[in-house]
Design a protein around this ligand. Structure first.
Ligand code: AMP
Length: 378
C-alpha cells in the first residue's frame, strides 16, 4: 500500500516522501482513510507506531481547502510531545498554506498570544496553558472542526481530565474527534464513550502489550548495587544512547550526577527542570554528547527519539501501565530494542503486577560478575 493510494493530496505526499517514508505504517493504513471520511476514531497505539502522521496527514488534507480560521485542536499531555507534534504538523504541512502553532506552559505567554493573533489553522496545546488563553480570550475555539486527544491515557494519569472536560465545553458540539491512547483503563473507555460518536477503532499491537520487537529482560540485583551495575552495563556493553527511568525527580538528579562521576556523560530530565533545560538535555542526548538521559515518567512521555536502542528501568514504576509506556521508547517504528529492568527484592510485587498486565513472565538474569547477597524469590 502507498500513501498515494490512501487518497492524500499531492502536497502532503511530497512532504511525506521528502521525509523518506516509503509506505504507510499499519496504524496509518487504518486511520488515514477513516479520518479522511470524517469519522470519529479511537486509536490504540503507542508512540513509535507512526500515530502522529496517522492523524496529522488526514487532518491537513481535510483542512487544506481554506485557511485563516482555527479549525483543528490537538491536545497533548506534555510540553515535549506538543513540541514534537507541532514539528510534525509543520513538516507534513510544508507544501500547504495552513498555519500552525504550539502553546504550552512554563514559557512566556506573550509570544503565544502574538502568534495566535496573527491567525492559525491548527493549534497544538497542553491543556493548562490552553485554558489560560481561553480565560484571557486570546484563543477562539468556537470554529474547531477536528479535535485530537493524543496520549489520552497519560493525560488522565497527569490529572488533566477536568481541564480536558473544560476545554470540550468550549468547542462546537459538531466536530470530528480523534482519541489516541496506548492503554485502555475504565476511565479512558468512559472518556472515549462520552467523546466519540460511532468511532472507527484502529489498533496496533495488542492492548496493553509492549511492541513485539522489544526484547525485555529483568536483572535481579541488590538495591544498593543498582548504580554500580548500571555503570558496568553501560561501559561493558558499550551502550551509546541509553534512556534510564527513575521514579523521582530527586532520584533522577542523583543518578545522573553519580553516573557523571563514573565518567558517563548524563543528564536528568524531569518536571522541576525549566523548559529550556529540558530541551537542551534532549538535544544533547539526540546529538550524542549526552550518553545517558535519566528521566521520570512524566518527563519522558512522548519523547521522540529515533531508534532508541536501550531503555533501562532503574526502578520499576508503581503503576504497571507505566512500564508499557516506558519500554515503548525503544524498538520504534520497526527497529529492534532492548528494555532492561534492574529489579531488587523489594520490587518483586511491582514486577508481578507488570507481568500480570502484559500477560507473561519476563526472562530473569543475573549480571555476570556481580554477586547477589539476597537472591530474589523469583
Ligand atoms: P510516532 O509514533 O508518531 O511518534 O512516530 C514514530 C516515528 O516513526 C517517528 O520518528 C516518525 O518520523 C516515524 N514514522 C512515522 N510514519 C512513518 C512511516 N510511514 N515510515 C517510516 N517512518 C515513519
Amino acid at each position: 500500500m502507498s500513501f498515494k493510494s490512501l487518497g492524500l493530496l499531492p502536497e502532503i505526499i511530497s512532504a511525506v516522501e521528502k521525509k523518506g517514508y516509503t509506505q504507510p505504517s499499519p496504524i496509518q493504513q487504518q486511520a488515514i482513510p477513516a479520518i479522511l471520511k470524517g469519522r470519529d476514531l479511537l486509536g490504540g497505539a503507542q508512540t513509535g507506531t507512526g500515530k502522529t502522521a496517522g492523524f496529522t496527514l488526514p487532518l491537513l488534507h481535510r483542512l487544506s481547502g481554506k485557511s485563516g480560521v482555527l479549525r483543528a485542536l490537538i491536545l497533548t499531555p506534555t510540553r515535549e510531545l506538543a513540541a514534537q507534534v507541532g514539528e510534525s504538523v509543520s513538516t507534513y504541512g510544508e507544501f500547504l498554506l495552513l498555519k500552525s502553532t504550539v502553546i504550552f506552559g512554563g514559557v512566556n505567554i506573550n509570544p503565544q498570544i502574538k502568534r495566535l493573533r496573527q491567525g492559525v489553522d491548527i493549534l497544538v496545546a497542553t491543556p493548562g496553558r490552553l485554558l489560560d488563553h481561553a480565560s484571557q480570550h486570546t484563543v477562539d475555539l468556537s470554529q474547531i472542526e477536528i479535535l485530537v486527544l493524543d496520549e489520552a491515557d497519560r493525560m488522565l494519569d497527569m490529572g488533566f481530565l477536568r481541564d480536558v472536560r473544560r476545554i470540550l465545553k468550549l468547542l462546537p458540539s459538531k466536530r470530528q474527534n480523534l482519541l489516541f491512547s496506548a492503554t485502555f483503563s475504565k476511565e479512558i473507555k468512559k472518556l472515549a464513550h462520552s467523546l466519540l460518536t460511532d468511532p472507527v477503532t484502529v489498533e496496533v499491537a495488542r492492548q496493553n502489550n509492549p511492541a513485539e520487537q522489544i526484547t525485555q529482560l529483568i536483572y535481579q540485583v541488590d538495591r544498593e548495587k543498582k548504580r554500580e551495575i548500571l555503570s558496568h552495563l553501560i561501559k561493558e556493553q558499550k551502550w551509546q544512547q541509553v534512556l534510564v527511568f527513575a521514579r523521582t525527580k530527586h532520584g533522577a538528579n542523583r543518578l545522573a550526577s553519580q553516573l557523571e562521576k563514573d565518567g558517563i556523560q548524563s543528564a536528568a530530565i524531569h518536571g522541576n527542570k525549566s523548559q529550556t533545560a529540558r530541551t537542551r538535555a534532549l538535544a544533547s542526548f539526540k546529538e550524542g554528547s549526552v550518553r545517558v538521559l535519566v528521566a521520570t515518567d512524566i518527563a519522558a512521555r512522548g519523547l521522540d527519539i529515533d531508534q532508541l536502542p536501550h531503555v533501562i528501568n532503574f526502578e520499576l514504576p508503581h503503576v504497571p501501565e507505566d512500564y508499557v509506556h516506558r519500554i515503548g521508547r525503544t524498538g520504534r517504528a520497526g527497529k529492534s530494542g532492548e528494555a532492561i529492568s534492574l529489579v531488587c527484592q523489594e520490587e518483586n510485587k511491582l514486577l508481578h503486577a507488570i507481568e500480570r498486565l502484559i500477560g507473561r513472565d519476563l526472562p530473569k538474569k543475573r549480571v555476570p560478575g556481580h554477586g547477589i547477597k539476597s537472591p530474589s524469590s523469583k
